[in-house]
Design a protein around this ligand. Structure first.
Ligand SMILES: Nc1ncnc2c1ncn2[C@@H]1O[C@H](COP(=O)(O)OP(=O)(O)OP(=O)(O)O)[C@@H](O)[C@H]1O
Length: 601
């Protein structure tokens, strides 16, 4: 019996006795077979780390072979090298070198390796200083490779996943296997297939065992169904770091249109807390210092990035919170009087839009850069209710009737009591509720809605500023999230950038505001039905023309035209536009028109 067979037998015997065999290598003896296997395994396991040296070894052997057989090939090698390096630098993105630094690195390695190979092919490996260049170049170029974060993360995940069959066996899920995996900022996620008869409930019951087997911290593993909701699949989310451990810098806007859900910050499992604001109103609550203003900054950073949103804001704390965004805000009210006018105008906008839609037989206002949504942000709503109580009726109107016409209200307040919200229906109309930390348990229901505390929405125990619970039609489970943090400098920079691309309100809304400001706003029960046939058209059109030709020099207000003809405001505007296109009428000033001079009586 050879010595190595004796050793293996001995090892088996020890294992039967429950002991762990140890390999002792005596310097004078030949290495046992086992050690060769072990070294092979280590070299395979650490193949990613050792890859630069593998490449160097391959280059050296290819170089020696080429020198002996085809020494005259070196110019071809140089040409191929140059072409490859340029291709990697210019088009490397297509094969996975996403960042510029990665493409430059790949091109440098290709250039270095190719030039060295060409030199060895021509001169032989013994030519000085080619051997030194190979060793030095390998070590120097290996440093960025070793340091590359994404490579390291991928290797770590590969190793954890290659151990999955053993883990699955140990935790009682034998036969389950990995289908795909991706690495991200917080850790990794992988899709698994389950063996016959296993269910996702079995996996959820094993989460602590999975955490232990993968060597993660407690709470790092989440199990969820896959998107296709197959009963024999599951998704495993493994966090390397707790996403909520520190403040999370804002990564920049997540949307460019109000039609997309806004990312407020990550949940504990690092998935994004995304919420749609189109045709919804929002209520943000929480005690002083809980991060409300931070939350509003995240919203502002996103809303101002949308080319189909006009933002109006009310900040009665003398603009302390919203002033930094002033360059992106179409109208900012910082006094009760300004707030009153702003809300009255917002109601005028919503009424004009409703008439405009009704006249065209349309139900909803689809925001576009030309016809944007209007979002009214009110910081500290309680101050508004206290200092401008007569404007609460307008806020109420917006909350009740704003959805279809894309006029959205977002109100922030510390405690949305009935008194703080004024005597209106505003609170009950809020579809999206964001609760930062509250002082008392009963405040949970105030912000999130009746019965939410008992349903497990424990906003009173949120333990750091910026942490929040989000309740919305697509978020019906209490999950902690943490809002991104925008530093003052980020706010300034973002506001500067976004200020250049803010849209203006559409004609319908602008005119409604002008009329409201001129005190000519029509009652909300103005006629909204468009004429149904040509016969009906002919009379008001004649009347309209008569009014325009008889108008004084300063023009006739649109509101008068509406009243006199009995037609809807959008109808009047359409006719005016047609007449203006035919050079028959002119707009004297905002909201005032008359016939062109040659037609004036
Ligand atoms: N998302 C966040 N992540 C980390 N820290 C935050 C976050 N939001 C706020 N903070 C910290 O908490 C402090 C208070 O936040 P913020 O001013 O937003 O609270 P607030 O609820 O608006 O208070 P107030 O009502 O007094 O204005 C900030 O100075 C900041 O340091």
């Amino acid at each position: 019996m050879t010595r190595s067979r004796q050793m293996r037998r001995h090892a088996r015997k020890m294992r039967r006795q429950g002991l762990q065999p140890m390999i002792v290598i005596n310097g004078n003896e030949q290495l046992p077979d086992l050690v060769v296997v072990l070294i092979g395994r280590v070299l395979w396991r650490y193949r990613s780390e050792v890859a630069p040296f593998y490449l160097a070894a391959v280059l050296a052997s290819v170089g020696v072979t080429l020198h002996l057989a085809y020494a005259e090939w070196w110019p071809y090698l140089l040409t191929a090298t140059t072409v490859t390096a340029w291709a990697l630098a210019l088009f490397g993105e297509r094969i996975g070198f996403v960042r510029r630094a990665e493409r430059l690195y790949a091109a440098t390695v290709a250039m270095g390796a190719g030039c060295w190979l060409a030199a060895v092919t021509a001169l032989g490996i013994g030519y000085q200083p080619l051997p030194q260049l190979l060793i030095g170049g390998t070590v120097v170029l290996a440093v960025p490779w070793w340091a590359h974060r994404r490579r390291r993360a991928k290797v770590r995940v590969d190793r954890q996943l290659s151990a999955w069959p053993e883990i699955a066996h140990a935790i009682g899920l034998p036969g389950s296997h990995v289908q795909s995996a991706v690495v991200d900022v917080w850790g990794w996620r992988a899709r698994f297939a389950l063996a016959r008869g296993q269910t996702i409930a079995d996996v959820i019951a094993k989460v602590p065992a999975i955490e232990s087997a993968l060597g993660t911290f407690r709470g790092a593993v989440r199990v969820s169904p896959t998107r296709d909701d197959k009963a024999n699949r599951f998704e495993l989310r493994v966090l390397d770091t707790d996403p909520h451990a520190d403040a999370i810098p804002w990564p920049g806007p997540s949307v460019s249109s109000i039609n997309e859900p806004i990312d407020l910050g990550p949940f504990e499992d690092a998935t994004a807390a995304r919420v749609l604001l189109l045709r919804r109103h929002g209520l943000i609550g929480g005690v002083a210092g809980s991060g409300k203003s931070g939350g509003i900054n995240v919203l502002m950073g996103n809303l101002t990035a949308c080319r189909d949103v006009v933002v109006w804001a009310i900040d009665l704390k003398r603009g302390m919170e919203l002033q930094p965004w002033a360059s992106c805000i179409d109208r900012l009210a910082t006094t009760p009087e300004q707030a009153r006018v702003l809300l009255r105008d917002a109601v005028a906008v919503l009424e004009a839009r409703a008439s405009f839609l009704a006249a065209r037989g349309r139900r909803v206002w689809e925001p576009t850069p030309d016809m944007p949504a209007l979002v009214v942000v009110i910081d500290e709503y309680a101050e508004l209710a206290e200092e401008a109580p007569d404007s609460i009726g307008d806020a109420d109107s917006i909350a009740r009737r704003g959805r279809a016409v894309a006029v959205t209200l977002i109100a922030a307040t510390q405690r949305p009591t009935q008194k703080a919200m004024g005597k209106g229906a505003v609170r009950s109309q809020m579809d999206v509720r964001v609760s930062f930390r509250v002082r008392e348990r009963r405040d949970v229901d105030l912000i999130l809605g009746q019965g939410m505390l008992n349903a497990g929405w424990h906003a009173h125990i949120l333990n750091a500023p910026g942490k929040f619970l989000l309740s919305a039609p697509e978020h019906d489970m209490p999950r902690r999230a943490r809002a991104y943090l925008l530093t003052d400098e980020t706010v300034t920079r973002t506001a500067e950038r976004h200020a250049q691309m803010r849209p203006c309100l559409d004609d319908v809304s602008r005119t409604a505001i002008e009329e409201a400001q001129a005190g000519l706003s029509l009652p909300s029960d103005e006629p909204t039905t468009a004429p149904s046939n040509a016969e009906q058209h002919s009379i008001p059109e004649d009347l309209l023309w008569t009014l325009l030709t008889g108008a004084p020099d300063e023009g006739i207000p649109v509101a008068h035209l509406v009243k006199a003809t009995g037609m809807s405001r959008p109808w009047i505007y359409q006719r005016l536009r047609e007449l203006a296109d035919a050079d028959r009428v002119t707009q004297v000033s905002r909201g005032r028109w008359r016939a062109a001079h040659e037609h004036v009586r």
